[in-house]
Design a protein around this ligand. Structure first.
Ligand SMILES: *Cc1c(COP(=O)(O)O)cnc(C)c1O
Length: 395
């Protein structure tokens, strides 16, 4: 049926009605196990009682003031983010792409303020995804997302993933920042090797450039640490964009920065009407108090170990269909030798929701609250879906 929404998406014919933890139900009561979680958004699953309470009680008090007025909820959540990270300052947004915009503006403005206005170049990597605003599509440089939207913006270059010769050449005295996802999401669930992340950090510092991490997908506890780069010692960025999981389903993003860098973003340099909205701050704080518990992150690591082991088991049993298992924590991928879309659709028909990513990868990003029983169920269904897809379209 032709509708009135833009045809930018292609949803399947399912009418979801409600969710509970890691499970969704459609209007006929059919049950689905959710191993994509709104693309790594529903960190605490669906209808988590603490998030529901936080949203409802805030809804009774105050929804929105705008940033014309003081934001105590924002102060509190920003302090929590800064306590747990490299950052000293936070700018709240409503989405990942806006957090990226803020990150790019912060980087350029810092150099401008520092007497180096020529430092505008933003170096990104192949396979990156930073969102859909003009700044974000130029930072990622994916030609498919740039086509038809006018000239590319000046000041953005794209180099191959984990290529230090290319980085060495690109990193010059006009560079503002290097931007990367410690674990690439859309691009195929590719992790930066720990040593490479550290090396990018060291090189940017030596050459007077800033380092921006896009942890929109891999942050918020998803890899079993609060932020994915925290697996690597000494690899803290200057600026970091977060979103998706930090809102748990409420639109919330943030740009985090050091005092030194954020100092240039003075009154009037940036703004947002909704950013830091009272409802978002209430949900964001409730979510943060759950995911920042050490035992919560330990649970993510435990359950991830089981899931990863199981995925390797599937790979061993289906060596023709599965090329490799990748990712970190509960952001996992399997590169396929058969169509990833076939596997995704076959899994959905069997009541398991999973995603796809570039490089013919099947993507798993379940809620972080999943239990062993969910892992067992998902592995069994995924294996059936792979067997069925292999039979239809052998590798
Ligand atoms: C989803 C995503 C974005 C964009 O976030 P939106 O909220 O869709 O604007 C940016 N970067 C990464 C790594 C993402 O996964």
């Amino acid at each position: 049926m032709p509708g009135h929404l833009y045809d930018t998406y292609a949803p399947p014919a399912i009418d979801f009605e409600r969710g509970e933890g890691a499970v969704l139900f459609d209007k006929d009561g059919k049950r689905y196990l959710d191993f994509i979680a709104g693309i790594a958004v529903n960190a605490l699953g669906h209808a988590h009682p603490k998030l529901v309470d936080a949203l409802k009680s805030q809804a009774d008090k105050l929804w929105h003031l705008s940033n014309m007025f003081k934001n105590p909820g924002g102060e509190e959540l920003a302090a929590a983010y800064c306590d747990a990270t490299f950052a000293d300052r936070v700018f709240f947004t409503n989405s990942g792409t806006e957090a990226i915009e803020c990150a790019i503006k912060t980087a350029r403005r810092h150099h401008f303020d520092n007497g180096a206005p020529e430092r505008i170049k933003i170096i990104g990597f192949e396979g990156a995804f930073h969102g859909r605003s003009y700044g974000a599509i130029n930072a990622a440089g994916n030609p498919n997302y740039l086509e038809g939207f006018g000239p590319s913006l000046p000041g953005f270059v794209r180099i191959p993933f984990d290529d230090f010769d290319a980085l060495d050449k690109a990193l010059d005295e006009t560079t503002a920042a290097v931007i990367l996802e410690p674990v690439q999401g859309e691009g195929g669930v590719r992790s930066w090797p720990d040593a490479s992340l550290k090396r990018v950090r060291d090189m940017t510092r030596e050459r007077g450039a800033l380092l921006i991490y896009d942890e929109v997908q891999c942050g918020a506890g998803r890899t079993g640490r609060l932020f994915a780069h925290q697996w690597v010692d000494g690899a803290e960025p200057d600026i970091m964009a977060v979103a998706k999981g930090v809102g748990g389903g409420f639109p919330l993003g943030a740009c985090l920065a050091t005092e030194e860098v954020a100092g240039a973003m003075v009154m009037g340099t940036h703004g947002s009407t909704y950013g830091g909205n009272a409802l978002a701050m209430a949900v964001g704080s409730a979510l943060w108090s759950e995911i920042s518990k050490p035992e919560f992150l330990e649970h993510v690591r435990d359950v991830s170990n089981h899931l990863v082991q199981g995925l390797h088991g599937i790979k061993d049993a289906h060596p023709d269909a599965v090329v490799d298992v990748r990712g970190k924590g509960l952001l996992l991928g399997m590169k396929m030798n058969i169509p990833n879309k076939g596997v995704r659709d076959a899994a959905r028909d069997r009541g398991l929701l999973i995603g796809m990513a570039g490089d013919n990868v099947v993507r798993l990003a379940p809620p972080l609250i999943i239990e062993q029983s969910h892992v067992t169920e998902a592995l069994a269904t995924l294996e059936e879906a792979i067997a069925e897809t292999s039979a239809k379209a052998p590798a």
